[in-house]
Structure formats: structure tokens, C-alpha cells
Ligand binder design. Structure first.
Ligand code: C2E
Ligand code: CA
Ligand code: CA
Ligand code: CA
Length: 278
């Protein structure tokens, strides 16, 4: 038993070292990455299921580093959060996304919306509200066209400054949506405690709706519940026609996913002409 214990231990430390090394490299490279212009914002269109038209997009961050190559957000966002670098990086995303939104609205003469992912640490920035207000004014975007996507993990911190900032953003008219709905512990109690405008059903549920009765029933109940709370519902990770058909039957409001489009560069999105209906 001792030998096994020791083997397990050395195996474990090896794994940890690897992770620690990677973590170190990422953190090291992330300092200065903003200044070196290594970040890009991509945009994934969101569609109104009823009309089939594009109504907006979600901004998704991409990082290409000369030494590490492409690093996925799944890998670098948590490190950016832990180090606090998410504050300048998050501001960069908001600024880029609003500048692009302004151009996109002008080119197409459409009041598109822009959804931006929002991390826990960003609430701790005293300049946050001022920064967002100024960015909206500079780009001439009205607050209701900016949506911040917040995961319930963020809220679980439960600090009062989060609740205050959340309320302040809501009062400014900025839309707030609960991201990855259904994956956390206390989705319902957060919906009650915070002012949300929209709910995004996590991809893992959408994935199962065509094959699995439980997932179908959960999505159906979630949409009904959200609507009774006057929240709009966005389905994420729609990959096939059958999922869209079911979501339409269930009265889901918006959809996003590879079925329509992968995240695109600003230029690609400006060139995209997409609708599911004639
Ligand atoms: P998320 O907010 O849940 O974003 C959706 C993720 O699903 C994106 O991955 C998107 O590319 C991917 N996706 C979209 N449609 C489909 C589909 O049909 N099928 C599948 N399999 N995947 C799809 P991505 O871009 O790698 O981002 C991963 C996560 O990183 C995001 O999850 C978000 O939590 C975080 N993230 C990305 N950009 C930012 C950012 O600017 N700020 C913060 N705080 N987090 C970000
Ligand atoms: Ca999101
Ligand atoms: Ca999500
Ligand atoms: Ca997610």
C-alpha cells in the first residue's frame, strides 16, 4: 500500500509541475501581451429565432503569443482573473467590442447588441462604472445595446460591492445576462437576488435536447420559468438544425452556435449576410 501511495504521489507531483510550468509561462507571457497587441476580439452572431435575423454578437477574446502560440480562453482567463490582469484585459475587450459595434451599426444601419463576458475581478475595479459610461459615450452606443454576461460563479463571491455594482450597471440601462445557466449550484437564488435581463442556457443542455428527454424537459422548464420572470432566453452552442427546431417550438428567444457561425473577426462579421429565413 505504501508503494502505491508513493507512486501515486510522484505521479501527482509530476502532473502538478507540468501544470505549474505551463501556468508560469502563461502568466509570464501575459504581462505585456496587451501592449504587444497580442489579443484579438472575435464576434459570434446571435440570432432572433422567430425572425431568423442577426440581432447582435458575443465578443470572445483570442490570444496569440509568439512563444506559446494560440492560448485558449479556458486556459488564460482563469490566470488573468487570479493575477488581476483581467482588469486591463477586460477593459480592452469592452473598448474594442463597443468600437466595433458602433461601426457595425453604422454599416448595416441596424441597432445590433453586443454581449461581453464579464469576470468577477472586474467588479473590484473602482473605475469600472466610469470606464463603461465613458466608453459608451465615446462610441455613441446606448446602454441597452451593451450586455454583460456574468456567470453565477462570479456572484457566488456574494460580496456587497458586487451587488451594488450590478445594480448600478442595471440602473444605467446596461443589460445583464446570466451565463452558463444551470451549471452552478444556486442559479435560481441568484436570479432572485440580482436584476437580470436575460438568461443563457448552457451548451451542455442544448447538446442533449434532441437525444435526451431530461435535457429537453429541463430546457423547456427553464424557458417557461425565465419567461415568467420576464427574462429573455438565449440558447448557446446550437450546432444542428434539429436543435433550432426544438428551441423554436419551445419559444426560446435567441440562439447562437456553430450551426449559424463560429466566432468571426470584425471584418468577417461585417461581410456576413445571414438569416435562417427568406
Ligand atoms: P462562454 O462565455 O460560455 O462562451 C461560449 C464558448 O462556446 C466560446 O468558447 C465559443 O467559441 C464556444 N461556442 C460557441 N458556439 C459553439 C458551438 O456551437 N459548439 C461548441 N462546441 N462551442 C461553441 P471560447 O471562445 O473558447 O471561450 C471560452 C470561455 O472563455 C467563454 O465561455 C468565456 O467564459 C471565456 N471568455 C472568452 N472571452 C472572454 C472575455 O473577453 N472575458 C472573459 N471574462 N471571459 C471570456
Ligand atoms: Ca458567454
Ligand atoms: Ca456560456
Ligand atoms: Ca462556458
Amino acid at each position: 500500500a505504501k508503494a502505491i501511495g508513493r507512486n501515486t504521489y510522484s505521479f501527482f507531483t509530476k502532473e502538478m509541475n507540468l501544470t505549474m510550468t505551463r501556468r508560469f509561462e502563461i502568466e509570464g507571457q501575459m504581462h505585456g501581451a496587451l501592449e504587444r497587441n497580442e489579443f484579438d476580439v472575435y464576434y459570434q452572431p446571435q440570432l432572433d429565432i422567430q425572425s431568423g435575423h442577426i440581432t447582435g454578437a458575443e465578443a470572445l477574446l483570442r490570444w496569440h503569443n509568439p512563444i506559446l502560440g494560440n492560448v485558449t480562453p479556458e486556459e488564460f482567463i482563469p490566470i488573468a482573473e487570479q493575477t488581476g490582469l483581467i482588469i486591463p484585459i477586460g477593459k480592452y475587450v469592452i473598448k474594442q467590442a463597443l468600437q466595433f459595434l458602433s461601426e457595425w451599426q453604422n454599416v448595416d444601419q441596424q441597432k445590433y447588441k453586443m454581449a461581453v463576458n464579464f469576470s468577477p475581478r472586474q467588479f473590484r475595479d473602482n473605475e469600472l462604472i466610469g470606464f463603461i459610461r465613458k466608453s459608451l459615450i465615446d462610441t455613441n452606443i446606448s446602454p441597452q445595446h451593451l450586455e454583460l454576461e456574468i456567470t453565477e460563479g462570479v456572484l457566488m463571491i456574494g460580496k456587497s460591492y458586487i451587488r451594488e455594482s450590478h445594480l448600478e450597471l442595471h440602473k444605467l440601462g446596461i443589460k445583464l445576462s446570466m451565463d452558463d445557466f444551470g451549471t452552478g449550484y444556486s442559479s435560481l437564488s441568484y436570479l432572485r437576488q440580482y436584476a437580470f435581463d436575460a438568461l443563457k442556457i448552457d451548451r451542455s443542455f442544448i447538446d442533449g435536447i434532441t437525444r435526451n428527454n431530461e435535457d429537453y424537459d429541463l430546457v423547456k422548464a427553464t424557458i417557461a420559468m425565465a419567461h415568467s420572470l420576464r427574462l429573455v432566453v438565449v440558447a448557446e452552442g446550437v450546432e444542428i438544425r434539429e436543435q433550432l427546431t426544438l428551441l423554436e417550438e419551445l419559444g426560446c428567444d435567441y440562439a447562437q452556435g456553430y450551426y449559424f457561425s463560429k466566432p468571426l473577426t470584425a471584418k468577417q462579421l461585417l461581410e456576413l449576410k445571414y438569416t435562417t429565413k427568406p
